[in-house]
Design a protein around this ligand. Structure first.
Ligand SMILES: Nc1ncnc2c1ncn2[C@@H]1O[C@H](COP(=O)(O)OP(=O)(O)OP(=O)(O)O)[C@@H](O)[C@H]1O
Ligand SMILES: [Mg+2]
Length: 504
């Protein structure tokens, strides 16, 4: 059980990992020379026997998928169950192994080849089950963890919903206004009109991933027969309930709703049009991919340069950077996996990727637990009450001989009033908790009907009910905050100090 705390931000630098892919059949056939040396013990990559780069993790070409996951992703997913959002980005030249590492491409028959995404999905559902089991064995009745996912791609600077077949089929038509990036009421970056799939099992989520991956734009180029022509972002939203114990009254347990968002980003690879042999549509895609990555590079440069602290960050110069605003410099634990080729003819692309990842390590994000706004306000009030209660108790135990009769009776009256305020707030908190539970049940009902594709259900009416309840909660919380502010001003100790002054 966690103890109640007010939500503090903590600094967390972007982590960078580098993975070297093995030589391809063609490269072996061409007897290509390698120019990359990996030092696992010092986490260094040595390029062309001269320049050394240090990272948080480095992986050899023979490193298996499971080791990549265990070493650098496992803890991030665990952190989501404490309410910390996470972003994992794969970056690198075309054909360097981003889609393979992320596991956002086609399915492999061999489970050992599964990348980060399928492993994370399994991990999330195993963890949900163990979280619920643990609460049950401790006799705590928690609501079930809620998991949902979204899958989008940015193709030629347009956003597409990979769960919306119709949307995908009309990719060639411009739909720039259908999906707009905006900041939601929680201060998070979101996109309008994107399908959210509520999922209850790992298999269901893997099916969603497969469905979206099949809709993603890929094409064959001279450098990769299955080249991703778009940046793809698979997002998992996790919501769960937890019970926090109050610091001063361990028996007074408070329930709070916690959220975490996990972005899995498989970027399209930077490419030289000459080397990929792209012409026509492929060339247009290549130009769009490179320009999006250029803006990403500018954003990383500014955020990662201590001399540029406070400078304007051009997040809005591309859809990609705007969407990744939380991941770069915002509220997220972020890992950038730079994928590189070991071959000397890719030297300049490899060097540029390593420089990119090196700079990303300087980015400082500010992470905090994503508490539900209502839960946070309730906890703040509860803590305020406890502070006041402690103050009242302390005051009651103090000897009163130094006061005259009149002051004492004024103080007692004040204490009585404060007690009644505390009682009012406590009752209000309990009522608000009840309304909050009802709101949650209503939302779950809407979700269940949506999952069943129930067309007879009156969604508008149900959502209106939810809005009414949410307004009610907001209104009660504002009232409680007002009462708590009055209480703060009437602290008994300040009265006591005042009375001491007047009695002198
Ligand atoms: N670590 C690895 N082990 C085995 N095969 C790999 C590894 N990394 C990449 N490959 C293989 O290399 C090829 C290219 O990889 P992938 O498609 O992941 O590149 P990419 O970086 O996503 O390229 P693009 O930017 O063009 O989409 C694939 O056939 C993939 O299976
Ligand atoms: Mg790819």
């Amino acid at each position: 059980m966690e103890s109640a705390n007010l939500n503090k931000e903590i600094a967390s630098c972007v982590k960078a990992a580098v993975r070297v892919r093995p030589l391809s059949k063609n490269e072996e056939h061409d007897l290509c020379q390698t120019c990359v040396d990996v030092q696992r013990t010092t986490n260094e990559i040595i390029l062309a026997n001269s320049t050394a780069f240090t990272f948080d993790h480095v992986f050899l070409s023979e490193t298996i998928q499971e080791d990549v996951y265990r070493e650098c992703v496992y803890d991030m997913i665990e952190g989501c169950f404490q309410g910390y959002s996470a972003s994992i980005l794969a970056y690198g030249q075309t054909g360097s192994g981003k889609t393979f590492t992320m596991g956002s491409g086609i399915e492999y028959n061999d489970p050992s080849k599964e990348g980060i995404l399928p492993r994370a999905i399994m991990h999330i559902f195993q963890r949900c089950a163990s979280y619920e089991r643990e609460a049950e064995s401790n006799g705590i009745d928690l609501s079930k963890c809620v998991v949902s996912c979204q899958f989008i791609e940015i193709y030629n600077e347009n956003i597409y919903d990979l769960f919306n077949k119709e949307n995908i089929d009309f990719r060639s038509q411009k739909n720039s206004d259908k999906h707009v990036v905006f900041e939601n009421s929680n201060g998070e970056i979101a996109v309008t009109n994107i399908t959210t799939r509520f999922v209850t099992t790992a298999q269901e989520t893997l099916d969603c991933l497969k469905e979206g991956a099949l809709s993603r734009t890929t094409a064959s180029t001279r450098m990769n027969s299955v080249s991703s022509r778009s940046h793809a972002i698979f997002t998992v939203n996790l919501q769960f309930e937890r019970v926090v114990s109050s610091v001063t009254t361990p028996t007074a347990n408070i329930r709070e709703q916690i959220r975490a968002k996990i972005h899995f980003v498989d970027l399209a690879g930077s490419e030289s049009l000459k080397r990929t042999g792209a012409t026509g549509q492929r060339a247009k895609e290549g130009i769009s991919i490179n320009s999006g990555l250029l803006v990403l590079g500018n954003v990383i440069s500014i955020l990662g340069d201590p001399m540029k602290k406070g400078a304007h960050v051009p997040y809005r110069d591309s859809k990609l950077t705007r969407l990744l605003q939380d991941s770069l410099g915002g509220n997220s634990r972020t890992l950038m996996i730079a994928c590189i080729s070991p071959v000397d003819r890719d030297f300049s692309e490899t060097k540029s990727t390593l420089n990119y990842a090196q700079r990303a390590r300087n980015i400082r994000n500010r992470v905090k637990v994503n508490q539900d706004k209502h839960s946070r306000q309730i906890i703040q009030l509860q803590m305020e009450i406890e502070r006041l209660r402690a103050l009242v108790d302390k005051n009651e135990r103090l000897p009163t001989v130094e006061y005259d009769q009149a002051n004492n009776s004024a103080l007692n009256q004040e204490l009585e009033r404060i007690r009644s305020y505390i009682y009012t707030i406590q009752r209000s908190i309990n009522e608000t908790n009840t309304v909050s539970q009802t709101l949650k049940q209503n939302l779950e009902t809407v979700r269940d009907h949506r999952q069943m594709n129930d067309t007879t259900f009156d969604y508008d009416q149900a959502l209106n009910q939810c809005l009414i309840r949410s307004d009610e909660i907001q209104c009660r919380l504002s009232r409680m905050i007002d009462v708590s502010n009055v209480l703060r001003k009437r602290s008994p100790l300040s009265c006591r100090r005042k009375s001491r002054l007047t009695s002198k």
